[in-house]
Design a binder for this molecule. Structure first.
Ligand code: SF4
Length: 335
């Protein structure tokens, strides 16, 4: 289902946020500090691929997702979107030039309770993006799109759902409305940011299956952001593992999950519970917490927690390199 054609090519993408300074900092001329949320990352996403971005909270996943659809402006780097073979660097587009791209690039947020306006009915929630992004449609055409989108996300009978308010829906149904809002404008690329982490466990499989179906039926390309490796294994074609603003490993989902190469991926995967309680699995315990993205360790940023760190790791930052076809790792062990 995934095509071999590259849809998005990200190169050296960086986004730092300034830390607010106190009056004392200004008076004492203390240097400005920065949260290095995304610190120079490169990867590609293929057409119709579901690409997983995994890592602990604070690793820069959500910032990356927002940069890719220009909800945030990058400091440096490029985000080249290949539309019908024509490369367009989204990173350099002005707000005016971005306007026609808004409908092609959509996002589904983690929180289906906070992302839907509680005072709007399902019909109004779905009409809103159409009014904004496709103002030339007639009211009748909009209604047709609403009905089609609700049928696609299996919120039927449609007449029953369009009059409901978010509080009258379950968490899973609200997330289906969020998916319908994203697909109603016929996008090409969707960022799904932890879309199942806040809904009941019993409804998660349904939403993941819905995303898979949307990829297959609508030819969508999806960036799936998660800290949950089990759902990433179910849904994604390839996975990138992020740590403190950098990518540590990229590879086919099955390979990364069954045979992780980077010590950080190995530790993350060792912590995933296995369904068979008799199966032996050694858990790799990492030292300490993820460090602050303001004070990133020199050398390999993972070295203070890495069970395999050696001298060079403290001095030199490893580059992300291809160690076997399709598998990229940033670790000196593979030099
Ligand atoms: Fe561990 Fe060194 Fe590899 Fe970093 S470069 S992951 S510290 S072994």
């Amino acid at each position: 289902m995934t095509s071999n054609e590259t849809l998005i090519e990200v190169k050296n993408l960086r986004k730092w946020f300034p830390v607010k300074r106190s009056i004392a900092d200004v008076i004492k001329r203390r240097p400005r500090l920065w949260v290095r949320a995304v610190d120079g990352i490169s990867f590609t996403i293929k057409k119709r691929e579901i690409f997983g971005l995994v890592g602990e909270s604070g690793s820069g996943k959500t910032t990356t997702g927002k940069l890719l659809i220009r909800l945030l402006d990058p400091d440096t780097g490029s985000i080249v979107f290949r539309e019908n073979g024509n490369p367009v660097n989204l990173a350099t587009l002005s707000p005016k030039e971005l306007k026609p791209w808004r409908k092609k690039l959509q996002i589904i947020y983690q929180d289906p309770y906070g992302s839907l306006n509680p005072r709007m009915t399902v019909k109004e929630l779905l009409m809103e993006p159409l009014r904004f992004l496709e103002p030339d449609l007639s009211e009748e055409e909009r209604m047709e799109r609403v009905v089609r989108a609700l049928k696609r996300v299996r919120l039927t009978p449609v007449e029953e759902f369009i009059v409901k308010y978010p509080h009258q829906l379950s968490g899973g149904q609200r997330q289906r409305v969020a998916v319908a809002r994203a697909i109603i404008v016929e996008p090409e690329f969707i960022v799904a940011d932890e879309p199942v982490s806040m809904i009941d466990v019993s409804m998660r499989a349904g939403i993941l299956h819905l995303l898979l179906r949307m990829r297959d039926e609508l030819g969508l390309t999806i960036l799936y952001i998660t800290h949950d490796l089990s759902t990433a294994g179910y849904l994604t074609d390839r996975i990138a593992v992020m740590y403190l603003g950098k990518i540590m490993e990229i590879g086919p989902a099955e390979k990364v999950l069954t045979d992780p190469l980077h010590p950080y991926s190995q530790a993350l995967i060792s912590a995933v519970p296995v369904p068979d309680p008799t199966a032996k699995k050694e858990r790799i315990l990492l030292k300490g917490e993820i460090p602050s993205p303001i004070f990133i360790p020199r050398g390999c940023r993972f070295w203070p927690r890495c069970p395999k760190a050696f001298d060079r790791c403290r001095r030199e930052e490893p580059k992300l390199k291809e160690v076997e076809p399709g598998r990229w790792v940033a670790c000196h062990l593979y030099d």
